[in-house]
Design a protein around this ligand. Structure first.
Ligand code: COA
Length: 295
């Protein structure tokens, strides 16, 4: 058995392992050797049997930035499953993470039970919930709203950082994949809720589905607030879609929105698991861990 970093020469073998697992032959960034993260592979008899990526992040915990090894793209070739190949592969990646000073490793587990014996514990989840758009009619607009432009990226980052550092778990979004383009990219719109002095107190990044009628929805991929009335002003705006999109979806974590939007149902539940790599440097929080970014 050999475990090593993958290179561009391993592209076909990597795609062959990933395709059955994820249903796509696409590679993030369309590269094997990525500038911001490593891909690792386990080979048996010279054939790639398992792969995973190590993404260097930082997370906020207790107001401190904690170096975080994000584990993604874990897959074992279907013919090689059930042979315990994950443990040596992930232990090698953990070793690399410790060598790079990472204190925790985190991942989104596709099924409970895969990572428990390696020491991972589920500490939170990233959920997609859906509510009837009409259920948002009860919220009031108390703040001015404005569509964000490229000039507002600094402001979006500030709102996010102010929110994130007050919670346990959110990524700092300082890794290269959160470059300036990512803040407005892919959204139909990013809307700011403004304070009296014109600075942003909250924002919603939303995607409008095609068409209108029964199946149409607005998907709020990032709703971040440092002021409840500013958040409610954004919820009010999302409620105004009710004539064309009966549903509004939110990516959310913990009970931040679910305790308030009681009419919700959960469309997708993505448990978030954490392993402490350096017990001397980190103790998991007693309370809920919040996460906004799926990786
Ligand atoms: C999930 C996957 C990586 C597991 O591969 P595998 O070869 O069965 O893994 P291993 O034999 O090393 O088993 C590792 C652990 O996972 C558990 N496990 C494997 N598949 C599981 C499943 N579907 N549900 C729950 N637990 C599972 C095993 O029982 C084992 O637990 P143990 O350590 O307590 O004994 C593989 O089935 C796969 O590639 N699936 C599709 C993609 C995917 O789901 N990737 C994970 C993304 S988070």
């Amino acid at each position: 058995m050999q475990i090593r970093r993958l290179t561009e020469d391993d592209r076909d073998a990597l795609v062959a392992v990933r395709l059955p697992a994820f249903g796509s032959s696409r590679l993030g960034g369309d590269r094997v050797e990525h500038p911001s993260y490593d891909r690792w592979g386990l080979f048996r008899d010279g054939v790639l049997a398992a792969c995973a990526a190590r993404k260097p992040y930082a997370s906020w915990f207790g107001g401190q930035q904690v170096p975080t090894c994000g584990i993604a793209g874990v897959a074992v070739a279907p013919e090689m499953r059930g042979r315990g190949l994950l443990r040596p592969l992930l232990e090698r990646i953990h070793e690399e993470a410790r060598a790079q000073g990472e204190v925790v490793a985190t991942l989104f587990a596709s099924a409970p039970g895969i990572y428990g014996s390696l020491g991972y514990r589920t500490v939170g989840a990233l959920d997609t919930i859906e509510v009837p758009a009409t259920s948002l009619h009860r919220f009031l607009r108390r703040h001015e709203l404005r569509r964000a432009t490229a000039d507002d990226i600094g402001e979006l980052k500030r709102v996010y950082a102010d929110w994130a550092r007050r919670h346990d778990g959110p990524l700092t979004r300082e890794a290269p994949e959160f470059d300036d383009a990512a803040w407005l990219h892919d959204a139909t719109g990013v809307t700011l809720a403004l304070g009296e002095d014109g600075t942003a107190l909250a924002y919603a990044s939303w995607v409008r589905s095609p068409g209108y009628g029964r199946d149409a929805y607005v998907d709020v991929e990032d709703l971040v607030w440092n002021d409840d009335a500013a958040r409610d002003s954004l919820l009010w705006m999302l409620g105004t879609f009710s004539s064309v999109t009966p549903a509004v979806r939110f990516d959310t974590s913990g009970t931040e929105l679910t305790s308030m939007l009681t009419e919700h149902h959960v469309r997708e539940h993505r448990p978030y698991d954490l392993l402490v790599l350096d017990p001397g440097a980190f103790r998991p929080p007693a309370g809920p861990v919040l996460i906004r970014d799926y990786f």
